[in-house]
Design a binder for this molecule. Structure first.
Ligand code: GLN
Length: 494
């Protein structure tokens, strides 16, 4: 077994016991990166090898001196390239930010450093985090390590592929409508979207500010929990970051879920859902039942309107947030433009990809006077109804389980000409963002074609400890990990 194959918990134990050093670990992860990265394209930039090794060496030396180390000391972490990193560039996988180097670190990145984590590099994504397949990147698509002919999901597809393939132990992603959970599901890892306000958005490049949250990825539940604890908490630089206590997100499984009330929405295992996916989720619910949980069905009355409401409100916010890319303040400027108006028009025409343009147009339309009441306002009302549905569901249930996505990973190109079909793959993930509540995705087995299936566990706002408890117990009871796939190099040409 290679060190890159170890889960976070195994890695941390080995580092503590001195079975291997941080340097051994990052060397293994970097070698793995060299072996598979040309097949996956998970990263936009990998940091300088010598810098990474030097950082690992410092951690090892500090450990030898008996110094107190942070909870992530020596752990290689990948960071999605829409999270600001000083000196490492931040492109959002867009031509419009080519060459942009933020003058500051995001709060989450600063906290990673304080916890002792080692940043490996910046990961590929759908341009400005808009997408569900990672095909909307100016740097080309990411491939799914389980099947190179398939998408890793999006928009945090690079982070998910990197963790699944062993190019990093942990990763940060961002989740506006499912972008941590859906790629985690497609790549067979754990992905957490915390409650809105749990993690500071300072330094996260804004897509839709009332939904955006930085989330965590790992091959095991505790890795995602430890990383979340490290980056959570109040931040004077983000007024939406809550000062609610950061609670315990990790722990050991007790083999017991008695008294825990688990709800399964009927519609999430019915029509339009791949029967193998529905079956895997029901089997997971059976495992929870065998641990003592009370499992029952429920109905979320307005969930069928979630995708429509999300794409109206999120695009409206995006059209406003992306107005700042004018060719003057950030990154790239089109050549040969004459005067301010032409600079703006030419830069935005040349440097935004098709999906970003589509969303700016849709969002601008939804906000236009005359249409505002019919579209934006109505979508916001639906958002409230969906949040109310959850509020009453959480009076009866502690967590709600669904598939993360209706199908396992689809093929590259399968939905690229049909944005609506692509949007519909977010049907189970967007409700949590609309309501601002917590949700995670974790593997619940493989399909008959060998693709990971994602199980989503949703909990009420700031009830992350309950969500992690159910995930941890299910992980312990459901048998061995999916492990790290081999990554067939030949698949790229297949
Ligand atoms: N797939 C969704 C979208 O395209 C979610 C994106 C995200 O969470 N960043 O908007």
């Amino acid at each position: 077994m290679e060190l890159y194959e170890l889960t976070f918990s195994e890695t941390r134990r080995g580092l503590k016991d001195g079975t291997f050093s941080a340097r051994d670990l990052v060397e293994s992860v970097l070698r793995r990166n060299e072996g598979v990265e040309h097949s996956l394209s998970a990263f936009i930039r990998v940091r300088d090898r010598q810098d990474i090794l030097a950082e690992a060496g410092e951690i090892d030396a500090a450990r030898t001196r008996g110094e107190r180390l942070g909870p992530l000391a020596g752990i290689p972490v990948a960071v999605k390239d829409n999270i600001s990193t000083r000196g490492l560039g931040t492109t959002c996988a867009s031509r419009i930010l080519a060459g942009y180097d933020p003058p500051y670190d995001a709060t989450a990145v600063e906290r990673l450093g304080r916890a002792g984590a080692i940043t490996v590099g910046k990961t590929n994504l759908d341009e400005f985090a808009m997408g569900s397949s990672n095909e909307n990147s100016a740097y080309g698509p990411v491939r799914n390590p389980w099947d190179l002919g398939r998408v890793p999901g999006g928009s945090s597809g690079g982070s998910a592929a990197a963790v699944a393939a062993g190019e990093a132990v942990l990763a940060l992603g961002t989740d506006t409508g499912g972008s941590v959970r859906q790629p985690a599901g497609f790549c067979g890892i754990v992905g957490v979207k915390p409650s809105y306000g749990r993690v500071s958005r300072y330094g996260l490049v804004a897509f839709a500010s009332s939904f955006d949250q930085i989330g965590t990825m790992s091959r095991d539940v505790d890795g995602a929990g430890e990383l979340l604890a490290a980056i959570s908490g109040a931040d004077p630089r983000d007024a939406t970051a809550s000062d609610a206590d950061v609670l315990e997100y990790t722990g050991s499984a007790a083999g017991d879920l008695s008294g825990v009330r688990v709800g399964i929405p009927k519609e999430s295992i019915g029509e339009g859902v791949d029967p193998e996916v529905a079956e895997a989720v029901l089997a997971a619910a059976d495992v929870m039942r065998s641990l003592g949980a009370d499992v029952d069905e429920l109905k979320l009355e307005h969930s069928e309107y979630a995708v429509a409401s999300y794409y109206l409100v999120a695009n409206a916010e995006a059209s406003s947030n992306l107005a700042r890319y004018d060719g003057v303040s950030y990154g790239h400027r089109a050549l040969g433009a004459d005067g301010l108006d032409e600079i703006v028009v030419k830069t935005r025409s040349e440097d935004f990809g098709a999906e970003v343009k589509r969303r700016i147009m849709l969002g601008t339309y939804a906000l236009a006077s005359g249409y505002y009441d019919d579209y934006y306002l109505r979508a916001q009302r639906v958002r409230t109804l969906i949040a109310n549905d959850f509020a009453s569901a959480f009076e009866r249930f502690d967590v709600i389980v669904t598939p993360t996505s209706p199908t396992p990973a689809f093929r590259l190109g399968e939905h690229i000409d049909d944005p609506l079909a692509m949007y519909l793959s977010d049907i189970f993930t967007v409700p949590a963002n609309l309501a601002g509540i917590a949700a995670l995705s974790m593997p619940c087995g493989l399909s008959s074609t060998g693709l990971p299936v994602g199980l989503q566990i949703t909990a009420n706002r700031f009830m992350e400890p309950m969500m992690f408890r159910v995930a941890r117990e299910y992980e312990a009871a459901s048998g061995p990990h999916l492990g790290v796939p081999e990554v067939e190099r030949t698949g790229r040409d297949a």
